[in-house]
Design a protein around this ligand. Structure first.
Ligand code: HEC
Ligand code: HEC
Length: 463
């Protein structure tokens, strides 16, 4: 009761000050200039860029045979799986192209979430899936005995589908996981230009890391590669740069997102008797015709998928681009890295305008999700590539916002746990760094004039 009263009083006081301040500003400045000022105060995300998709086609420069493979592979990427085709027992959706859809096949979360209509009774749509929200996969942070989990828990089961008679398994308890603060989300990353990202040499990533050392140090920016434990080279695919290659990711996605076992991930994730309808691996090389498996085709499609096409520059976007470099966004979001020597001419020695250093950075407790993947710690994320941002609907690893300005401000965070006596290792109890590496840059961003901030947003929506 007391709480409620207090809130109401604060609200009305805030109301009052607005009511008093606005008219006096109008009187002081004159109506026209006050209106202009008011317009300026509203720095706003211009929203999803209209016009053509500018993405989804093959990268220029492919040989005829490569181009044919791309077209064939794209059709496989768009296929919808059924149980006899390998779907389940557990899954998040039944098609790669369902989640990777915006603004064209290969992209990210579309305007209408296909997960909101894929469940068959008794399956229910989890509370965090809405028709106009982002596509989401869910991870649990811990097991009930307190050990780390970190794995993906699929939203749906094939139970109740007419093509899965006799299978009887239930969905995970997402409400309990949420109540225990044990639930985190990831949204799909876009696949455009994937082959270019794959072809950047480790040496290029490391040299870029070592560049501008003084500026980075002054701003508190570090960042390190997520080295792959198996061959020691730099993994770079996924929100935490946790995966080595597109093909490895495709194999994992086929099994984890759709439940289709394959030549890379060949074991069903749920082996409940009555729910296994096919031999493993369900997707495999077609020996009679020497045709590659679906997973190989997915990799071909993604490798040869062109990068997104940016909009033509305007005065505002050029200014925004300069500011983006000047204030230090570009120290993490490296505008361009070169590919190395490639076995495909289309990918060989090409500039990659990805706006990422492909390193993982401490983003502090605000973004930290308490999931560890290889060398990426609980609050570390790969600098998100920003190409194609103009056409994106949802932002940040969990899709928490549709507003670019919020996405930028969310980079900054510090833990109250770390104020006063600094813990010995500079981390919070969850293992998050006390401060985001982006704090200083975001402070500078916030201190820019409204017009300058708007130029940066316009620039980002031109990518
Ligand atoms: C249910 C939605 C969903 C489906 C279906 C799905 N994905 Fe994804 N995809 C995601 C999410 C979520 C991520 C981000 C995962 C992460 O990094 O934690 C992702 C990331 C990726 C990435 C990483 C790209 C990058 O550079 O970060 C690749 C590659 C990929 N998916 C390929 C595929 C393929 C191939 C298929 C079909 C076999 C597929 N996905 C099906 C949701 C989906
Ligand atoms: C310390 C490195 C760092 C700096 C500095 C930095 N970023 Fe980022 N940025 C990241 C990381 C890491 C992510 C992914 C975070 C996540 O998803 O939780 C990200 C994500 C983003 C996204 C969302 C992209 C997506 O795919 O959802 C935008 C937009 C963005 N940054 C813009 C900026 C701008 C503008 C600046 C400068 C004002 C900036 N960033 C400075 C590391 C950085």
């Amino acid at each position: 009761m007391f709480q409620q009263l207090k809130v109401r009083r604060t609200l009305s006081r805030r109301h009052l000050s607005k009511v008093l301040v606005l008219p006096s500003v109008f009187v002081l400045l004159g109506f026209a200039s006050a209106l202009a000022l008011y317009g300026q105060l509203g720095v706003h995300d211009p929203g999803v860029r209209g016009g053509q998709a500018g993405a989804g086609d093959a990268i220029p420069g492919l040989s005829g045979a490569e181009g044919n493979s791309f077209t064939d592979a794209k059709a496989t990427f768009m296929e919808v799986d059924t149980v006899s085709g390998g779907l389940g027992p557990r899954f998040n959706l039944d098609s790669c192209a369902g989640c990777h859809a915006q603004p064209a096949v290969g992209g990210t979360s579309p305007f209408t979430n296909p997960q909101s209509t894929v469940a068959t009774a008794p399956n229910q749509v989890p509370f965090f899936i809405t028709s106009d929200g982002p596509v989401r996969e869910a991870r649990f942070k811990f097991n009930s005995n307190g050990t780390r989990d970190g794995g993906v828990h699929d939203l749906f089961t094939i139970t109740g589908r007419p093509d899965a008679p006799g299978c009887n398994i239930s969905q995970p308890d997402f409400n309990a996981a949420a109540a225990n603060n044990n639930l985190i989300f990831r949204i799909p990353t876009p696949l455009f230009g994937g082959g270019l990202i794959e072809t950047i040499q480790d040496a290029t990533i490391l040299a870029n890391r070592n560049s501008n050392a003084a500026a980075k140090q002054a701003l508190g920016i570090n960042g390190h590669p997520n080295f792959n434990g198996n061959d020691g080279t730099i993994a770079r695919i996924g929100w935490k740069a946790q995966n080595k290659s597109l093909e490895l990711f495709a194999g994992e996605a086929y099994n984890v997102e759709q439940g289709v076992t394959n030549e890379i991930f060949n074991t069903e994730r749920d082996e409940t008797p009555g729910c296994i309808f096919n031999g493993t691996p369900e997707d495999h090389t077609k020996f009679e015709t020497s045709t590659p498996s679906d997973v190989v085709k997915f990799a071909i499609f993604m490798r040869f998928l062109a990068p997104p096409t940016p909009a033509p520059a305007t005065l505002s976007t050029s200014n925004g681009s300069n500011l983006f470099n000047q204030i230090g966004c570009a120290l993490c979001h490296t505008p361009t890295l070169m590919t190395g020597k490639s076995s495909s001419g289309a990918l060989d020695n090409k500039p990659v305008n990805l706006f990422s250093d492909l390193l993982v950075h401490h983003m502090g407790p605000g973004l930290g999700d308490n999931i560890i993947q290889g060398g990426a710690g609980p609050d570390e994320f790969r600098t998100a590539p920003l190409w194609g941002l103009g056409k994106r609907i949802f932002f940040l690893h969990d899709g928490r916002t549709k507003d670019l300005l919020q996405a930028i401000r969310a980079h900054a965070s510090s833990s109250q746990n770390c104020q006063g006596a600094q813990p010995a290792n500079g981390t919070t109890p969850e293992g998050f760094a006390c401060n985001s590496e982006a704090n200083a840059v975001i402070n500078t961003f916030n201190a820019l004039s409204q017009g300058q901030q708007q130029d940066i947003l316009n620039f980002l929506r031109s990518l």
